[in-house]
Design a protein. Structure first.
Length: 470
C-alpha cells in the first residue's frame, strides 16, 4: 500500500518548517571534557569514559542539534492589545519594512537528530571497545531574503520582481552501525578509530539555483532553473495532469543505499595536567544505485494570468497564517514546474565531516579543569565553526559537571551545561550547548534557534584502569 512521504514536493516542507520551528551537529560539545560522559567518543574515538556502559534502547542516547541564523522573534510579534493573540509576520499589523530588516540575504536552518538503538562500551585492560547502532535524521534549508519579501509584500506595486535564487532543501534518514576501538601507544599518547556501516533509508535534495518572478497587473512571468534528486527504494513521483511533480510516493520501503564512514582521533599529554586532542568524525559517504534514484528538473520561462495577489493581506480578511502559507505554497509549487527526467547514474552522497580540536588543563588534582574546544563542520558550500570554553568540575567519579560558553553563535544565549550523574547501577547524562534564556509559554526559544541537546541513560560496567600519563 502506498504511503505518501512528501505530498506537495519540497516547497511544502520548506514552508511548513520555516513557518513553525524554523543540518547540525547533534552531539553536545560541552561534554567533550567530561570524564564520565559515556558518549564522548562520538566526538573523538580516542576519548574514553570513566567506566564502561550498556545504554538502554532509545533512551540510551537521544541528541538533537539545530543551527540557524533565524529566530522565533523574527517571525512572531507581540499582540496589538494586551492579552490578544500573537501576530505572525504576515499580519497586516506588522510593518513590512520592519520585518524585512530582520531577515538576512540567506537564512539557513540545519537539524540533526540521532537516536541510539543499542550502545555498548567496555574496557579490556587499558583498551576500550564500543559498539553502536543508531538512526540519524538530517535536514537543511536555505531560504533567500526575497522568499520572505515575496510572501510579505507580494504585488504591492504595479510591477514587482523577486529573485528566489539558491532556495534549497535537503532531508534524509539513515542507520549507522559502528565499531570503535582505542588504546595507548605510549602512556601519554592514545589513539582511537571507528568504522561505520551506513544504511541509507531515503534522501531528498532540491535546489532552485534561479527563480525570477516578475509581477504586473496583466500577468506573472516566472523563470526557473532547478534540480530535484530523490534517493530511496521503491519511490515514484506523484504528478498532476500537466506532468508537474507535486509529491513522492513510496511503494516498498527498504534500504536504498549503503556506505562506510570512519572516525579517527588522538589524545596527547606533553606535560603533566595538559591534554591536547584532535579528531575527525563522519569521514565517509553513502552510495545510491541508479535504480533507487529519481531526478527532476525545472527550467524555462512561463507566464501565468490566474494568480490572486499575495502579501499585504487586507485587514478585513480572516485568512489564518496557515491558510496564507498554504496558498503561497500552492502558488510556488505550480510555478516551480519540476518535470521528471531519467536518472543519470549511481550517486555518491558524502557526509559532512566534523573536526574537533581541544586543549584541557587540569588543576586541583584533577578535580577542576579548564578546556577550549574548536569545532568545524565541513558543509558542502561552507564551513560551520564554533569556539567553546569550558569549566569542568569532578568532585567524584560518580558526579561530573561542566559549564561552557560558546563565542561564535547563539545570539547571546551561549552558555551551556553538562551533567554526568552515576549513583550505583545507573548513569544519567544530560547536556546542552546553548541554554535558552527566553522562551514562550510553549517553551519555544525566542532569540535563537541554535542549540544542541543530548540526553542519555545507561548501566555502568567495569571501571577503566588507564596508565599514568607521566
Amino acid at each position: 500500500m502506498k504511503k505518501k512521504i512528501l505530498r506537495y514536493g519540497f516547497w511544502s516542507l520548506v514552508l511548513c518548517v520555516a513557518s513553525q520551528f524554523a543540518n547540525a551537529q547533534s552531539i553536545a560539545r560541552t561534554a567533550y571534557f567530561m570524564d564520565n560522559a559515556t558518549n564522548r567518543h562520538l566526538m573523538n574515538p580516542a576519548l574514553t569514559p570513566t567506566r564502561g556502559y550498556f545504554s538502554l534502547p532509545v533512551v540510551g542516547e537521544l541528541s538533537l542539534g539545530v543551527e540557524s541564523n533565524m529566530a522565533f522573534t523574527d517571525f512572531i510579534y507581540p499582540a496589538v492589545t494586551p492579552g490578544g493573540e500573537l501576530l505572525s509576520f504576515l499580519s497586516p499589523d506588522v510593518d513590512a519594512a520592519d520585518f524585512l530588516s530582520r531577515i538576512d540575504p540567506n537564512n539557513f536552518l540545519r537539524m540533526d537528530i540521532r537516536t541510539s538503538i543499542l550502545s555498548l562500551g567496555f574496557y579490556s585492560g587499558t583498551d576500550f571497545w564500543t559498539f553502536d547502532v543508531a538512526s540519524r535524521v538530517n535536514m537543511s534549508l536555505n531560504l533567500p531574503y526575497d522568499l520572505f519579501a515575496f510572501a510579505k509584500v507580494g504585488k504591492a506595486n504595479s510591477v514587482n520582481e523577486y529573485h528566489l535564487d539558491n532556495l534549497s532543501i535537503e532531508a534524509g534518514a539513515f542507520a549507522e552501525v559502528a565499531l570503535g576501538y582505542s588504546r595507548n601507544i605510549m602512556n601519554n599518547l592514545r589513539v582511537g578509530g571507528k568504522i561505520k556501516y551506513l544504511a541509507g533509508g531515503a534522501n531528498i535534495k532540491a535546489c532552485l539555483k534561479k527563480m525570477d518572478i516578475y509581477m504586473s497587473d496583466a500577468a506573472w512571468t516566472v523563470t526557473t532553473e532547478g534540480q530535484m534528486d530523490v534517493y530511496g527504494k521503491g519511490l515514484t513521483f506523484e504528478k498532476d495532469e500537466d506532468q508537474n511533480i507535486n509529491g513522492v510516493n513510496i511503494d516498498s520501503p527498504g534500504m536504498g543505499g549503503s556506505g562506510m564512514a570512519f572516525d579517527l582521533g588522538v589524545t596527547y599529554s606533553p606535560i603533566r595536567d595538559l591534554d591536547i586532542s584532535a579528531a575527525i568524525v563522519d569521514l565517509g559517504s553513502i552510495k545510491w544505485k541508479k535504480d533507487n534514484i529519481l531526478q527532476a528538473k525545472s527550467s524555462g520561462t512561463t507566464t501565468y494570468t490566474g494568480f490572486e495577489n499575495i502579501g499585504n493581506q487586507d485587514e478585513n480578511e480572516s485568512n489564518s497564517t496557515e491558510d496564507q502559507l498554504e496558498e503561497l505554497k500552492d502558488d510556488l509549487i505550480e510555478m516551480a514546474n519540476f518535470k521528471e527526467q531519467a536518472a543519470s547514474g549511481d550517486y555518491t552522497q558524502k557526509l559532512f565531516p566534523t573536526i574537533n580540536a581541544g586543549v584541557e588543563y587540569s588543576v586541583l588534582k584533577d578535580k577542576l579543569s579548564l578546556g577550549v574546544l574548536y569545532t568545524t563542520r565541513m558543509m558542502e558550500d561552507e564551513n560551520y565553526s564554533e569556539l567553546m570554553g569550558s569549566l569542568n568540575l569532578r568532585p567524584s567519579k560518580w558526579f561530573n559537571l561542566s559549564g561552557s560558553y560558546s563565542f561564535m553563535h547563539g545570539k547571546g544565549e551561549t552558555f551551556g551545561f553538562a551533567l554526568g550523574f552515576m549513583p550505583g547501577i545507573i548513569n544519567i547524562f544530560m547536556a546542552c550547548d546553548y541554554t535558552f534564556l527566553k522562551v514562550t509559554p510553549q517553551y519555544i526559544p525566542l532569540n535563537t534557534m541554535t542549540s544542541n541537546f543530548q540526553l542519555g541513560v545507561s548501566i555502568p560496567l567495569g571501571l577503566g584502569h588507564l596508565p599514568d600519563k607521566h
